[in-house]
Ligand binder design. Structure first.
Ligand code: TMP
Ligand code: ASP
Length: 235
């Protein structure tokens, strides 16, 4: 039974209680869905990339909602209570950060910056400070925000180190979290070029959704290259 359809995925209840199936869609959206497109095979690529990255993070002790792959575009996940925040971690200034603060595009930040955005399309996912998060009731207390910050930074360390070994610079990314029935904080959603910015270490070539946002070329080629590099197949 379909329980939720977002911009990138459809979520289904399964026979087994406590689990959901996440089906990755081929749709592409940007700028709060003002720009739309479709790329056949993108759902499968994002699912396989997410699988590899969730498995990497699990092997390093990060608890995630990922259980196993069911089909190339479908993943079995734990059913969790989502926190309505987007946790963005940035290493290099680009995207909305350069627009908001006037920072020079491509400037390395002196430390990994963690930001919270409210997941609300009608409001355009506004940037929040800690007090905003508490007033909105997005989390129960400051400790959860601190835990989200620490998880974001730890995940950044693991992924940055992994990607640089594949000649990719992790520029920034967006995470989502939730609580399991047992009250454990789990990394959820997906880890794909739809929500990670990746630049080639040598050429600076963009290999993520900015290819679609900025009309830079073939989205599928870029995502395929990311999967090949993750698998250590070069390209
Ligand atoms: P931004 O620079 O547009 O704020 O994006 C920061 C990071 O978050 C970037 O890796 C893309 C990702 N992102 C999402 O995954 N979903 C979104 O809705 C937005 C705005 C950004
Ligand atoms: N994910 C958002 C959208 O689909 C924004 C973005 O990724 O640029 O509209």
């Amino acid at each position: 039974m379909l329980i939720y359809e977002g911009k990138g995925k459809k979520l289904y209840l399964t026979q087994e209680q406590g689990y959901i199936q996440a089906e990755f869609k081929d749709d592409l959206t940007a700028f709060n869905a003002q720009k739309r497109g479709e790329q056949k095979g993108k759902g499968e690529l994002n699912c396989l990339i997410s699988q590899a990255l969730f498995e990497l993070l699990e092997s390093k002790g990060i608890a995630t909602h990922y259980v196993k792959l069911i089909e190339n575009h479908i993943m079995l996940c734990k059913k969790i209570e989502m926190i309505p925040l987007e946790v963005v971690v940035r290493n290099i200034a680009t995207g909305s950060l350069t627009k908001r603060l006037g920072l020079e595009e491509g400037r390395s930040l002196p430390f990994a910056l963690v930001e919270f955005y409210y997941k609300d399309d009608a409001l355009g996912d506004p940037l929040l400070n800690d007090e905003h998060c508490l007033i909105l009731g997005a989390v129960r207390d400051r400790e959860v925000l601190q835990e989200l910050r620490e998880m974001g930074k730890r995940i950044n360390e693991i992924l940055s180190e992994f990607f640089i070994s594949r000649d990719l610079v992790l520029v920034d990314f967006k995470l989502e979290f939730g609580f399991s029935e047992e009250g454990e904080l789990l990394l959820a959603d997906e880890l794909s070029p739809d929500n990670l910015r990746l630049w080639d270490k040598h050429t600076g070539k963009k290999l993520d959704k900015d290819v679609f946002r900025q009309d830079l070329g073939d989205v599928k080629n870029a995502y395929e290259e990311v999967l090949h590099r993750i698998k250590g197949e070069g390209k």
